[in-house]
Design a protein around this ligand. Structure first.
Ligand code: GLU
Length: 498
């Protein structure tokens, strides 16, 4: 028999791909890479009401964006309904399953009563041991029926889990679960096991929230005399408050992170560390390095907390290291969204665009931040950071200083960093002012922020015309401030003279 590792990611298309699902997909992908095995994509879409094509498309798009390519699939369970029915017949004929004619409401009623009486109760079908004739009779007359698994009354099912260790479940606590619904569709427990058998899945890696389902599935494997896969239930991802990560903690879909300007490599890297550790303090890994190093032995039992700060830091590390050329498509898209993209930036002004990315890439934690920093070089419609205004743009006759600098920029020749620095210092010195005052004001005028790469680099790259028009805008702003101040003083004087 082949000992090839075969793993699968089995999303239900009932929503987008979120951090938890993406981490499960990634660990399966990494495990397959590490073992030279196959990674299969299976879509568990038998719940017609909750599954949509749109969700499936989003999931596939997210996986492709992350680079999680699959070797086989996507296999849709909705295309294989006959197969599950065959297995239902098998389980019926071996006496492991039975038709259940009880109405759902009655079962719920029993459950409620037991709960109220504080009794332990699990459903054991009254129809478990009907004779063949009785079954036939009921099938002819009853409207609704499901197929349930006949759980042994006694015994223990021990799940041998590669992450959680041995976990024992008592049969007396496991209800006779449904295998086939009244609409003849398989339940998750049936189709999941059938496909894992049919696809030759060797390892089931999934979230620990499925651990409690596993004894039921083990019983189905045993009834079918099928070989059990290895199980590895991955620790759950928690929010900052220690509760299971959910929408309450903010958006966590993969597409959300893509839209916010995170790089797929950084997201993969971060997700890999959410429940796995390399055994030392390294934190930055490429997907290939992760594939080489990933083992289930290093998957932690403790539930990790999702830490957006850390993801952002890691993303910043990636943006710093990636060659500017690789960032271009994403930055271009972000600039388009901001309405300041110009096709020339991909043609005759390509070098300029490149230089802008290189100027800022070591200071941005996301592509969106990078685009926000670059935008002032392309459009004048950017805001001045309030903090920057407060700290650096007030009083002391800044207006005259900025005006003088704007005029002096006309004479700078050639336009270069050294010449720009000499000019700025000359203007400030000539007016007996600190060069720093002019540098701070110029920075806010040019990029709207109180921190940026070296101001002479910024001026150099911005060019003479744009630098002057950005300073013009600052001059208009300062004049308005002066006017407002004069008006206020006049009002005070008037009030005093009344
Ligand atoms: N469709 C299930 C889910 O999305 C798959 C669980 C499993 O991997 O067995 O949670």
């Amino acid at each position: 028999m082949s000992d090839e590792v075969r793993v699968r990611f089995a999303p239900s298309p009932t929503g987008e791909l979120h951090v938890g699902g993406a981490r499960t997909a990634l660990y399966n992908w990494l495990f397959a890479k590490n073992k030279g095995g196959k990674f299969i994509l299976r879509v568990e879409d038998t719940d017609e009401k909750r599954s949509t094509d749109e969700n499936l498309e989003t999931i596939l798009r997210s996986m492709k964006w992350l680079g999680l390519d699959w070797d086989e699939g996507p296999v849709l369970q909705s295309d294989r309904l006959d197969l599950y029915n065959d297995y239902v017949s098998l389980l019926m004929s071996s006496g492991n399953a039975y038709y259940c004619f009880a109405a759902q409401e009655d079962i719920e009623e029993q459950r409620k009563e037991a709960l109220e009486a504080d009794e332990n109760w699990v459903y054991r079908g009254a129809d478990r041991d009907l004779s063949a004739d009785e079954v036939r009779e009921k099938l002819d007359s009853e409207e609704q029926r499901t197929v349930r698994f006949k759980v042994p009354d006694e015994g223990t099912v021990t799940v041998k889990d590669l992450v959680q260790g041995d976990v024992a479940f008592e049969c007396e606590h496991i209800e006779d679960f449904v295998l086939q619904r009244s609409d003849e569709k398989p339940t998750y427990h049936l189709s999941n096991v059938v496909d894992d058998i049919e696809m030759g899945i060797t390892h089931v890696l999934r979230g620990a929230d499925h651990l409690s389902n596993t004894p039921k599935q083990v019983l189905v494997y045993e009834a079918l005399k099928a070989k059990l896969p290895e199980f590895a239930h991955l620790p759950l991802i928690l929010g900052e408050d220690g509760k299971r990560l959910s929408k309450r903690h903010g958006a966590t879909s993969v597409e959300h992170f893509r839209d916010k300007g995170y790089l797929p490599g950084a997201v993969i890297n971060y997700l890999a560390l959410l429940g796995w550790n390399p055994g030392d303090d390294r934190e930055v890994f490429t997907a290939v390095e992760l594939g080489n190093e990933f083992t289930l032995e290093r998957v932690n039992q403790a539930n990790p907390k999702f830490d957006l700060e850390k993801l952002s830091w890691l993303n910043g590390e990636y943006i710093k290291e990636v060659p500017a050329g690789e960032l271009r498509p994403a930055v271009r898209e972000a600039l388009q969204v901001r309405g300041c993209w110009d096709e020339e930036l991909d043609m005759e002004r390509r070098d300029f665009f490149f230089a802008l990315i290189e100027l800022w890439q070591s200071r941005a934690r996301t592509i969106n931040e990078l685009a926000d920093n670059i935008a002032p070089f392309l459009t004048e419609a950017f805001a001045y950071e309030p903090d920057g205004l407060k700290e650096h743009v007030h009083g002391q006759d800044l207006l005259g200083l900025v005006e003088a600098f704007r005029e002096a920029l006309l004479q700078v020749d050639p336009w270069g960093q050294e010449e720009l620095e000499a000019t700025l210092r000359e203007v400030a010195g000539g007016m007996e002012r600190e060069a720093g005052d002019l540098i701070h004001a110029t920075r806010i005028a040019l990029v709207g922020k109180k921190s940026s790469p070296g101001i002479f680099e910024v001026l150099d790259l911005m060019g003479r015309d744009k630098s002057r028009s950005r300073l013009d805008r600052m001059i208009r702003y300062l004049r308005k401030l002066e006017n407002a101040k004069t008006k206020r003083l006049e009002q005070i004087a008037q009030a005093a003279s009344r």
